[in-house]
Design a protein around this ligand. Structure first.
Ligand SMILES: [Zn+2]
Length: 314
């Protein structure tokens, strides 16, 4: 075994926003099918999520918002945010998704694991008091707060290379120097969330200098993406994170029409190799969370490229 764990539940398929919506529950099973084709699942440990209590959700979200999600989930009616449909029973499913991210965190902090993965995670748009952009609870922010408050760590870095700016995550730690947030994404004048994700957003107060955005041209290719991504090397070497949380969204693929970016598996191969090489040098642990990607088999292939590098290059 190579100290990589994938936290997975067949119940992830219940996270489904219905016909016509890009976020369909079968994406996790389809990704697992692709992992199987390249024999990935024989090379890592697979565990079910531990059950996690609601009090971990309020490490980031307000109790009022958590109650609101519960009410909408019970009735199947109403709203808890923009671009997040009301789905009956969604509360338990989102809690399962957050539980999987927390389980991945526990494996890398408490056990001898170097990489913890939850493909049903990376819900980076949710704010503390409302859901947004397909995201109900922001597991990225919840996990980072969990590491700070429950595990007493103080150097967390989040690198988000989903096609969309990780706005909820940026906002969560904007004044916090213990969590360095970095996002690579399509130029936000041309893509959701539009209002944030610009280079001049660099943190505030004590967090000044601990937020970085790398907006990329609307139709950017591997060459442009990789050139910008390479700037993380120096940022990681300077900050020396104890834990690196990745939001490994692959909706910047040229096959995924939700963005205009033109990336291929070459970008995702480069990103993951770069990160693993830095892990060998600096010795941080990795928590890798899913993120966007809505076309098959592209999704599983591009997540698979990354996970395979996490395994094979150590
Ligand atoms: Zn996205």
């Amino acid at each position: 075994m190579n100290n990589v764990i994938l936290v997975y539940s067949d119940d992830f398929k219940k996270l489904d926003f219905g016909p016509g919506h890009p976020m369909r529950g079968d994406r996790y099973q389809k990704a697992m099918d692709e992992f199987r084709k390249i024999n990935l699942l024989d090379k890592l440990k697979i565990e079910k999520p531990e059950s996690v209590k609601d009090d971990l959700i309020t490490l980031f979200h307000t109790p009022d918002y958590v109650n609101k999600v519960r009410e909408v989930s019970n009735s199947g009616r109403g709203t808890y945010g923009d671009e997040v449909p009301a789905v009956k029973g969604i509360y338990d499913i989102i809690l399962l998704s957050v539980s999987a991210s927390i389980t991945a965190a526990n494996y890398v902090t408490d056990k001898d694991y170097n990489v913890g993965i939850n493909i049903c995670g990376g819900w980076h748009h949710a704010f503390e008091n409302r859901g947004r952009g397909f995201c109900v609870f922001n597991d990225v922010a919840i996990v980072a707060n969990y590491l700070l408050k429950r595990k007493k760590l103080n150097r967390i870095m989040i690198i988000d290379y989903d096609a969309h700016h990780g706005d909820g995550t940026q906002r969560a730690f904007y004044d916090n120097p213990e969590v360095f947030t970095i996002s690579f994404h399509q130029d936000p004048t041309t893509l959701y969330p539009f209002r944030t994700g610009y280079e001049n957003e660099i943190g505030e107060g004590e967090g000044l200098g601990f937020n970085k955005n790398f907006p990329l041209p609307q139709f950017c290719t591997d060459t442009e993406f990789i050139a910008k991504f390479n700037q993380v090397t120096e940022l990681i070497q300077d900050f020396k994170p104890e834990i690196l949380i990745l939001q490994m969204g692959v909706d910047g693929s040229r096959e995924c029409q939700i963005s205009n970016m033109q990336l291929t598996d070459g970008s995702y191969d480069h990103v993951s190799k770069t990160i693993v090489n830095l892990q060998k040098e600096i010795n941080f642990k990795i928590i890798a969370l899913g993120g966007g990607g809505f076309v098959h088999p592209m999704l599983g292939k591009n997540w698979g490229v990354q996970i395979n590098n996490f395994i094979d290059r150590r």
